[in-house]
Design a binder for this molecule. Structure first.
Ligand code: CMC
Length: 392
């Protein structure tokens, strides 16, 4: 009520008060529940970070064991849900498969969808954390025509996901611990980022008191877009294209600066970070490590380094404070790990899930909660009279 202010993209409008994630965009600071991202990346694990985001504190060993145990007991998908994957074309992009399957979970667990029943919210939380890696692996298996593998609950979350993705029924699959650790680290870096597009979507959908599965499914769809999570796929496609065109970085950057065909330097720029993205700094080092360890010589890495070097010293990018963001180097790492380009945004979704859940839970418990319902500034026709169709 009162005066309505127009703020496209909510550049200056806070939609909630939150205790979960702190970002200082000018200083390049990111903290989950007060803990600096650099410390969590170096010393924590994705499951522990999930606990931290959702429950607010780092777990004791007993709490972590209980949480891990609960997640591993819920990794199986209902056999009927497994058949759901048959309905998609072989070349289906795995992101809409992922969001559809998550949406479908609310048909399998109709007795636990009450957003105001803590026990029901908790079991839904565990089911989501446990089943999303299985769904993601099946979306991949479907796309390559290989059989689905049942989860192996003696393995950790990341190891299990890697085995279900890359393993085959007849061959034992040994998870490379260095690979698992690198993926775990990337998931930690993606785990929350306050009110980004997909998280704001999860909160907005949830504000109508829609259940957690429905809200997270909406978040996955928001993440799919190339300006958000889809950027990691778009970066690799951009690097591939520059490579295919002969590796001419200068003429590509010129195109971006002239805004030809709306071409952007994908993996650059951020609404909040105007100095550097602390996640990108950690990831760049990981890219060196992973590519080095796996012995991968990727010409796309050289193109990425050249692009970065060029952009960081060019007025267009400097004036607009455009720096590499989290997505600039992740694609190269995922590619080196063996993931096809279309799985990159799915990996982002796996990482962002605990953040979505934590933010949805905070929203539903917020005493100041109201249904999300932005206002508008009307700029259409003034009142006019209906004309019969023969008179138009
Ligand atoms: N390449 C070229 N120009 C850019 C870029 C870019 N990547 N990003 C912003 N600009 C320009 C933009 O054209 C505008 O210039 P001008 O003032 O001349 O019109 C100026 O910089 C400000 O851009 P904006 O679009 O108003 O900034 P925003 O805060 O609304 O957008 C962004 C942020 C991330 C959507 C944008 O920087 C972008 O499109 N980046 C490329 C896509 C990308 O990498 N997304 C991943 C974001 S990080 C993680 C995630 O959310 O997935």
């Amino acid at each position: 009520t009162g005066m309505v202010t127009l703020d496209p993209g909510f550049v200056n409008t806070a939609s909630c008060a939150s205790e979960i994630t702190y970002i200082d965009g000018d200083a390049g600071i990111l903290r989950y529940r007060g803990y600096p991202i650099e410390q969590l990346a170096a010393r924590s694990s994705f499951v522990e970070v999930s606990y931290l985001l959702i429950y607010g504190e780092l777990p004791t060993q007993a709490q972590l064991d209980e949480f891990t145990g609960k997640i591993s007991r819920h990794t199986l998908l209902h056999e009927d849900l497994k058949r759901f994957f048959d309905g998609f074309p072989r070349d289906a992009h795995p992101m809409p498969v992922l969001s559809s399957a998550v949406s479908a979970l609310s048909t399998f667990y109709q007795d636990s969808l009450n957003p105001f029943d803590d026990e029901q919210v908790d079991i839904t939380t565990i089911r989501l954390l446990a089943k999303l890696p299985t769904i993601a692996a099946y979306a991949y298996k479907k796309s390559v025509g290989q059989p689905f593998l049942y989860p192996d609950n003696s393995l950790g979350l990341v190891e299990n996901f890697l085995r279900m993705t890359f393993g085959l029924p007849a061959e034992p699959y040994e998870v490379d611990p260095a690979l698992a650790r690198a993926l775990d680290l990337l998931l930690i870096l993606h785990a929350d980022h306050e009110q980004n597009c997909s998280t704001a979507t999860v909160r907005l959908v949830g504000s109508s008191e829609a259940n957690l599965f429905a809200s997270v499914s909406a978040g996955i769809n928001a993440l799919f877009g190339p300006l958000h999570g889809g950027a990691n796929q778009a970066v690799l496609e951009m690097l591939n294209k520059i490579h295919a065109d002969g590796g001419d970085v200068d003429s590509f950057v010129k195109k971006v600066k002239n805004k030809e065909d709306g071409v952007r330097l994908m993996g650059f720029g951020h609404r909040v970070y105007k100095n550097y993205d602390p996640r990108a700094a950690i990831i760049k080092k990981t890219a060196d490590d992973v590519l080095g360890k796996l012995g991968v010589q990727d010409p796309l890495l050289d193109i990425a380094l050249k692009l970065e070097e060029y952009a960081l010293s060019d007025d267009y990018f400097v004036e607009r404070k455009l720096y590499p963001n989290v997505d600039f180097y992740t694609g190269l790492i995922y590619k080196a790990m063996g993931f096809p380009t279309r799985m990159f945004t799915v990996l982002f979704a796996l990482g962002r899930l605990p953040g979505w859940i934590a933010q949805w839970q905070e929203m539903i418990k917020d005493p100041a909660r109201k249904i999300g319902r932005p206002r508008q500034v009307y700029i259409g026709a003034a009142e006019r009279d209906y004309a019969p169709i023969t008179a138009r």
